[in-house]
Each structure stands twice: as structure tokens, then as C-alpha cells.
Design a protein around this ligand. Structure first.
Ligand SMILES: Nc1nc2c(ncn2[C@@H]2O[C@H](COP(=O)(O)OP(=O)(O)OP(=O)(O)O)[C@@H](O)[C@H]2O)c(=O)[nH]1
Ligand SMILES: [Mg+2]
Length: 375
């Protein structure tokens, strides 16, 4: 059968799906409605829903899951034999309100969850914790269903994913999704069963759910998934959690090159009054320093200042270190790889590329031309 294969990401908007399938948005919305889903053009659908709808529509199309890991690590650096051990990069993921930000707060002794004031986390933030003289890079991700893309990116950036499950709430949709992302990104999984201080906590039930429905068997039951019962509120077992993360990370040979031009990924970008573009970067190889010229996607800039996650000015950011940088002329995109623009020639090539991009966008405007010529 001449089935067409269409690649889509783990979640797509209704508009994007209609476009990829060559359908009108109204047809797609109509079909979703028939299936009991009232959707708008910007609504995100997960892969499974998209698949069902394609079947319902009787299209000659086979959907394939696009893995972002390949896209993100397009510039994947080939390690030299001089590569040295680097800190593991660990994403904290899980269902909304299960305590991801609170766990990080407790580990780092800070107060983000409280200052988010009942708000949900809306972007990826990066931190570094110390344990037994070793450094661990930690990424906080949002648990809200609207942020599937961010979670997916979070998983692909990482070596280890801590799946946080609230002991009084159990496995929920975004828990399942986080497990799926971690697996598709080939990251190691450590489960943190949180809120065990609560009266309604039932860690055994969480383990049963994970083991019987999601193939994550706790070590104590003869499986190979590390699960730690913790409380962000009382601080119970947080050291043990970090020890386990390091143990699991040590099963991989995590290394980076120090002696190469800095490169890595954009993990956050926003404008700030007085500072301009503030861009969160995760360095993968090399050392980033003030004065370096950088390119990320089609954005370009010169490092003016670098700050660590506590806001302290630093002069050097090496492998696995997250930093906030100022000096970009405009905002790069989340997930863009960054690299050093070594010479003026390279800078020029990038500007040319940008001009070409802009030229394509430029449309002659007859009214404007007429005004100019008839003056
Ligand atoms: N009793 C108790 N409450 C906790 C614990 N951890 C988190 N909480 C509470 O659970 C709520 C949600 O915590 P957050 O840390 O914001 O949850 P989150 O997973 O970061 O949520 P999103 O960023 O929205 O996905 C807050 O009211 C926390 O105080 C815990 O170990 N015990
Ligand atoms: Mg949070």
C-alpha cells in the first residue's frame, strides 16, 4: 500500500497538523469535535491523539514520531581523546504540582517555588548543586500540560531525568509523558517519590503503578530503577537522591572537551529593560568568556557579561555549566546550538545569511512604491 509517511513531533498544534496533512483547519477541528475534543487552532495535540484522528479521517498516511534529539544535537561534537569528565546534566520532570521546583529549592536552599507564588513554572531554569565535592547540573521544567515541547527539550538535553511523583497523588499524565521523553532521549531515569511527609502519602502505590503500568521496576523488587522516597518539605533523603543521581550518571562515561571553542545550547531567552537580551546558555564543550563573539541560530552577539545561576558575575563558563549571558543583539531561539564566531570572515558569512533570510521576507509594496515614484 502506498502509504505516505509523515513525521510529526511528540506534540503539535492543530494548525501545524492540518498544514502537514494538507487539510483545512476547519476539517481537522470538525473531526476532533466528532471525537469529543473541542479544539482551537493553537491547541496542542499529543502524538497518540493525532494518530487516532488520522485513522478516523481514513487518510493514507502513517504518522511517525520525530525525535528532537537528532535536531537538537545537530552539531554534536566529536570528543577528542583529551576529553575530561564533566558534571552530569539532570532534568527534573513530572506532573504539575508534584514538587519539582520545591525539590530544587530544598536541594539548593533557595526560595523559587515560594516566589512563583502558586504559579506554575513556565520555562527551563538551570542550577548547579554540590555533593561530596562533585557538581551536578540541574534543570527545572514545567509540569503543566501546555509545556510538552519544553519537557521534551529538557529530556533531550540531559544525561539523567529525575521523575518526580507526588506520593499522595500517584502517576499522572505528565508523569507518563516525562517517562516517555526520558526514554526517547536515552536518558537514565531516577524516580523521586515526593511528599512522603504527607498523611495521605502512599509510596507503595506509586511503585506499583510505575512497575505494573510503566515498566519501571524498583530495585528493592528486583528491578533496575532507582527510586528514592523524599520530602521537599522536611528535606528527608535529598542527599540520598543526589547520591543516587551521581551513581546512575557514573554508569555513563560523561566527558567534554575543554580545549575547544565554546559550544552549547540556548535554554532560555528573554528581554530585560536595561540589560537587553538575557540568554540562558548551557555550555557543552570549551570555555565561554566575556569578549567572545557568539552565533546561535540567526542571532549574533558578543559576550558582555556572564552570570552563574545565583546571579554572580563569572569570567569563565566551562562544560555542563549554565550561565546567563548579556550581549546578544536579538533573541536566539530556545534549543538553538551556539558556537563561537572565530573570525571576522565567519561573522560576515552569518550576516550574509541573515540578509538573505530577510530579503526573502521582504515583499515589494505597490502602494509604497507608487507613493515614492509619483512624488
Ligand atoms: N507537604 C509537602 N508539600 C510539598 C512538597 N513538595 C512540594 N510541596 C507543595 O506542593 C506544591 C507544588 O510544588 P511546586 O514545587 O511548585 O511543584 P512543581 O512540580 O514545581 O509544579 P509546576 O512547576 O507547576 O509543574 C507547593 O504548594 C509545595 O509547597 C513536600 O515534600 N511535602
Ligand atoms: Mg515548578
Amino acid at each position: 500500500m502506498a502509504e505516505k509517511i509523515v513525521n510529526i513531533a511528540d506534540s503539535v498544534t492543530v494548525g501545524e497538523l492540518a498544514e502537514t496533512l494538507g487539510l483545512s483547519v476547519t476539517t481537522l477541528i470538525g473531526e476532533l469535535f466528532k471525537n469529543g475534543i473541542a479544539a482551537t487552532i493553537n491547541q496542542r495535540l499529543d502524538f497518540e491523539t493525532a494518530q487516532i484522528i488520522v485513522e478516523e479521517l481514513g487518510l493514507d498516511v502513517q504518522l511517525k514520531r520525530k525525535t528532537v534529539s537528532a535536531e537538537i544535537h545537530h552539531h554534536a561534537h566529536k570528543l577528542s581523546d583529551k576529553a575530561v569528565p564533566r558534571p552530569p546534566i539532570v532534568a527534573v520532570m513530572g506532573h504539575v504540582d508534584h514538587g519539582k521546583t520545591s525539590l530544587l529549592d530544598a536541594i539548593l536552599d533557595k526560595k523559587t517555588a515560594a516566589s512563583e507564588a502558586g504559579e506554575i513554572t513556565q520555562h527551563i531554569s538551570a542550577y548547579q548543586a554540590q555533593r561530596n565535592g562533585r557538581t551536578i547540573t540541574l534543570l527545572d521544567t514545567p509540569g503543566h500540560e501546555a509545556f510538552a515541547a519544553l519537557r521534551q527539550h529538557g529530556a533531550t538535553l540531559t544525561d539523567v531525568v529525575i521523575i518526580v511523583v507526588a506520593a499522595d497523588d500517584g502517576v499522572k499524565p505528565q508523569t507518563v509523558e516525562a517517562i516517555r521523553f526520558a526514554r526517547s532521549a536515552n536518558a537514565k531515569i531516577v524516580v523521586a517519590i515526593n511528599k512522603i511527609d504527607k498523611e495521605a502519602a502512599n509510596p507503595q502505590l506509586v511503585k506499583t503503578q510505575l512497575a505494573s503500568e510503566h515498566g519501571l521496576n524498583p530495585e528493592e523488587w528486583g528491578g533496575d530503577t532507582v527510586m528514592v522516597e523524599v520530602s521537599a518539605k522536611t528535606g528527608q533523603n535529598l542527599d540520598k537522591l543526589l547520591d543516587m543521581v551521581l551513581l546512575v550518571a557514573d554508569m555513563e562515561d560523561l566527558r567534554a572537551d575543554e580545549d575547544v571553542p565554546a559550544e552549547g545550547l540556548v535554554i532560555e531567552a528573554h528581554m530585560e529593560t536595561g540589560r537587553g537580551a538575557v540568554v540562558g546558555l548551557l555550555v557543552e564543550n570549551g570555555h565561554l568568556k566575556p569578549g567572545h563573539y557568539l552565533v546561535a541560530g540567526t542571532a549574533y552577539g558578543r559576550v558582555r557579561t556572564l552570570q552563574d545561576f545565583r546571579g554572580k558575575t563569572v569570567k569563565d563558563a566551562g562544560p555542563s555549566m549554565p550561565v546567563n549571558m548579556t550581549g546578544f543583539k536579538e533573541l536566539p531561539q530556545f534549543g538553538d546550538g551556539f558556537e563561537i564566531a572565530k573570525s571576522a570572515k565567519k561573522k560576515l558569512a552569518i550576516w550574509r545569511k541573515r540578509l538573505k533570510l530577510n530579503k526573502r521576507k521582504w515583499q515589494p509594496q505597490p502602494m509604497l512604491l507608487a507613493q515614492i515614484f509619483l512624488r
